[in-house]
Design a protein around this ligand. Structure first.
Ligand code: HEC
Length: 244
């Protein structure tokens, strides 16, 4: 009876609907204000270097997330296949995060150091040349296209506004030295971005082309760092050790 009263009385109905929706809204929104306390700090997690960051942008541009997730769930079958489950801290500098929701291909959260640079280059140019049954598309243009990094400093500045600790001022730089050590702090210094990008590309030559910095270079640099920042051998003495 009372229900009928609500249904025929649109003013009351609207008021009650709004009340219910706002409770749902609060439940979703309020925890976001405490996100800094919820995400535990983990040693080793750092923002991407300029080269890795450009690689991530290419990963997003090419839509790799449509087929690849980057989140290992805490289930036994997942650890056995991919390694330690993903920690919240491992994607805290990802804006937007790349957890994904579909796995046409395998999860990539810990693909770093799993294959050689050369394997990645060959695989991305033509996946079936290394995995004959692969249905992954070819990305040959990545190796032909010079990497545009003219705006890398601006990209870092934009992320700085979202809370990623890339440094613009001396004080921010010094805080990074304290938090991450000098080597990483230099990589996070926006004023050195282009030099750092070139230096990393020259030193590691991810694309196998010593004289060129291609989009492939950046993408492989990014893939090779995924899941490698945390040294899990320092943790999990008990249960996980059985699965290593
Ligand atoms: C249409 C779906 C699809 C898209 C889009 C796609 N992949 Fe894949 N990927 C796959 C499949 C399927 C496999 C497994 C077979 C293989 O290794 O090629 C795979 C495998 C991989 C592997 C090897 C992982 C492992 O642990 O064996 C890497 C690395 C990878 N993809 C990177 C990428 C990147 C980078 C992009 C974007 C440039 C991308 N993929 C886009 C489907 C896709």
């Amino acid at each position: 009876m009372r229900h009928e009263h609500i249904e025929v009385n649109s003013g009351l109905m609207i008021a009650l609907v709004l009340a219910v929706i706002s409770i749902g809204g609060l439940v979703e929104i309020v925890p976001l204000y405490f996100i800094n306390d919820t995400v535990e700090k983990v040693d080793g997690v750092r923002p991407y270097t300029p080269l890795e960051l450009r690689g991530r942008d290419i990963y997003v541009r090419e839509g790799c997330f449509l087929c690849h997730s980057q989140m290992i769930r805490p289930f036994r079958d997942e650890w056995l296949r991919y390694g330690h489950y993903s920690l919240a801290a491992e994607s805290k500098y990802d804006h937007p995060f790349q957890w994904g929701s579909k796995r046409t291909g395998p999860d990539l959260a810990r693909v770093g150091n799993k294959f050689s640079n050369q394997w990645h280059v060959q695989h991305l140019v033509k996946p079936t040349s290394v995995v004959p049954e692969s249905i992954m598309p070819n990305y040959p243009w990545l190796l032909d296209t010079e990497l545009d990094y003219t705006d890398v400093a601006d990209r870092m500045k934009a992320l700085r506004y979202t809370g990623v600790p890339y440094s613009l001022t001396q004080a921010e730089y010094e805080k990074n030295v304290k938090d991450f050590g000098k080597v990483v702090a230099d990589q996070l210094d926006i004023s050195q971005a282009k030099d750092n990008l070139m230096k990393q590309a020259r030193t590691f030559n991810y694309d196998g082309l010593p004289d060129r910095v291609t989009e492939m270079e950046a993408l492989v640099a990014y893939l090779q760092v995924l899941g490698t920042m945390v040294d899990f051998s320092k943790y999990d003495e008990g249960y996980f050790a059985n699965f290593r």
